[in-house]
Design a protein around this ligand. Structure first.
Ligand SMILES: Cc1cc2nc3c(=O)[nH]c(=O)nc-3n(C[C@H](O)[C@H](O)[C@H](O)COP(=O)(O)O)c2cc1C
Length: 224
């Protein structure tokens, strides 16, 4: 009975794995319309928000970026607040949350980091997510996929310190980060209404242009 149950689980896992592979492959197949004209490939962008706060400004920025994304990109936020603090002792027997996160990061075509600044650096939760995804040694989930960084703060400097500390880690993680346009969004607490909608036209135009540059960056640096 146990053996049978085990076989069923193994079969379910293998079907699941096949489906995952298929979906990943499909994401890279150029789609065609009814006339056979080639349509755009859709890239799966994992959006990492550096704040765990319920009313996070950065999450609102991430939502605005998802709305403004060009048709060739599908943005979805990958949560990081549930990840236990990284400890190398867990490499041989990782918590389920680490494994699921690594799998999701590995499946993505590209990354978009949207983060506040904590004490002129990256919030601990975001650094933890980078570390979890980077291990075990030699099996980093991040490596080789393009990324970009947006930082937002109520302060005038717009999270510049966090933005650049994050870029330093991305160099080591082999995530080529888009250089221009830089995105340090200052005064960010004034940009959204009570429902979380972006209400500043200048910022909307800036984020739109940012996403146009990002889609080109992903196309140029992503795996085809
Ligand atoms: C521990 C901590 C450290 C902070 N350090 C900075 C900082 O260095 N620079 C800055 O601009 N804002 C700093 N702030 C203020 C954050 O920018 C502000 O709380 C912002 O709303 C956080 O982003 P969120 O709304 O997405 O959570 C800090 C906030 C906290 C809680």
């Amino acid at each position: 009975m146990l053996v049978y149950a085990g076989a069923l689980v193994a079969e379910a896992l293998s079907v699941n794995a096949d489906l995952n592979t298929l979906m990943r492959q499909m994401a890279h197949v150029p789609l065609t319309d009814r006339e056979g004209n080639q349509m755009e490939t859709i890239r799966d962008v994992a959006v990492i928000v550096g704040s765990l706060r319920r009313d996070s400004i950065n999450r609102k920025v991430a939502n605005a970026l998802a709305e403004l994304a060009p048709a060739g990109l599908k943005l979805s936020i990958v949560e990081i607040g549930q990840l236990p603090i990284y400890n190398q002792d867990g490499d041989d027997n990782s918590p389920a949350e680490w494994s699921a996160f690594r799998e999701r990061i590995r499946a993505a075509d590209a990354y978009l980091f949207v983060t506040p600044e904590h004490n002129r650096s990256v919030p601990a939760a975001l650094k933890n997510a980078l570390d979890v995804g980077s291990r075990p040694y030699g099996k980093s989930a991040w490596s080789g996929k393009p990324g970009a960084v947006v930082s937002a703060s109520p302060g005038a400097v717009g999270g510049f310190g966090a933005n650049h500390h994050l870029r330093q880690s991305l160099v080591f993680l082999n995530v080529p980060a888009m250089a221009q346009p830089e995105a340090y969004i200052g005064g960010a607490d004034k940009l959204f209404d009570a429902s979380g909608k972006l209400v500043n036209d200048g910022t909307r135009k800036f984020l739109q242009d940012f996403m146009q540059a990002y889609v080109a960056w992903v196309a140029a640096n992503g795996k085809s």
